[in-house]
Design a protein around this ligand. Sequence first.
Ligand code: FAD
Ligand code: SF4
Ligand code: SF4
Ligand code: SF4
Length: 378
Amino acid sequence: MIIINKKENCCGCSACYNICPNDAIIMEEDELGFKYPKVDEKKCVNCNLCENVCPILNQRIKETRPKAYLCINKNLDIRLNSSSGGVFSALAEEILNREGIVFGATFDNNFEVIHTYIENKDEISKLQGSKYVQSDIKKTYLETKKYLEQDRYVLYTGTPCQIEGLQSFLGKEYSKLYTQDIICHGVPSRKIWREYLKKMTNNNVEVIKNINFRNKKTSWENFSMQINSDTNRYNKSHNKDLFMRAFLQNLILRDSCYNCKFKKYNRNSDITLADFWGISKIDNSFNDHKGVSLVIINNDKGRELLEKIKKQCIIKEVDLDNAIKYNKSFIKSVEQNKNRNEFFKNVDSKNIKVLIKKYTYSQGLIRKLIRKCINKIK
Ligand SMILES: Cc1cc2nc3c(=O)[nH]c(=O)nc-3n(C[C@H](O)[C@H](O)[C@H](O)COP(=O)(O)OP(=O)(O)OC[C@H]3O[C@@H](n4cnc5c(N)ncnc54)[C@H](O)[C@@H]3O)c2cc1C
Ligand code: SF4
Ligand code: SF4
Ligand code: SF4
């Protein structure tokens, strides 16, 4: 049976939870707010399926020859409602046109992040946009298998570890399954997200109407966190919003994200999506500040899908090595913030906003200091 000796050796993909034939595993949140499998020994029959399916214990190496493209959805509304170039929506539309199913991350009624599926194009907005919190996979691997066995097309999207968890769970190739992962910075704690929302609403999370982690009103590059309720419209740049500061300064990520086994050149997914942060350096003429995606095609299935969305998107091949110079998270884990342990030690007894302010820096302040120094030198 699965035993987690070191937290960094579990990415929380839920493959073990989905495979257990006896429902002996639950995914339980630890004190930091990350889910880990917990086995009920009374129910366990020692079949070892959980260990055999774990993508960290059984790493699958694939040889691929990835190719990179810039990609922009021609529909401006779709692009503005997406994190980068709106490619996910185009892929989802293609699969839904085939009467297929699309899996991805959404908010539940309490703005917790969960995986779910959609069957209609008017539901795409549910999955659109990055939610920078670890998504709860629930039983979506089992649901995926069910639909594949009904001979339906399925597009499953998620973090690289979730895609490898799914593939490991399925244990074989399905011609009608397409997988899309992302270049992944890492995933923040569900608990910190919950606490942050409570602080933002004076413990009235139910007043929230919608949340956008990537509001592009100022620009794609200088995106902001937006939280709307009936009475309040919160909108703060990612440099200033405290949750985004904690996320981007690596204070609240899962242990496995600081030593990620899934960041690699040869990916197991068919398509990898990312923000094309280097676009201005590579070809500025494509940057209208409304969002450009970097698309990495890992195999023939990915190539076939990209071909199918050609009409809806502007697509141009770019040099992969050049493109990923600006997206280091493609192959390299981020470094743990040196204050992370101290932060989590205090999180139950102190105000999290005060703690985040204490343990992260404000980029605005740094810019001010640099300006002051330059003025002094002048
Ligand atoms: C946690 C996280 C970290 C990321 N880190 C980076 C990074 O370091 N560098 C980079 O270039 N890009 C990163 N991205 C990817 C980027 O933010 C965009 O998601 C990507 O460029 C696709 O954008 P889009 O415009 O095509 O589609 P969008 O509509 O913006 O993307 C929707 C897709 O994102 C998936 N998704 C949203 N939230 C989650 C979640 N919590 N868990 C799993 N899947 C989710 C949905 O299932 C759907 O497939 C990250 C995304 C997430 C969710
Ligand atoms: S060994 Fe088998 S029964 Fe026991 S927890 Fe793992 S999958 Fe479930
Ligand atoms: S299968 Fe996934 S959730 Fe289960 S132990 Fe392995 S990494 Fe953790
Ligand atoms: S950084 Fe790695 S371990 Fe963490 S969520 Fe992303 S793919 Fe999974």
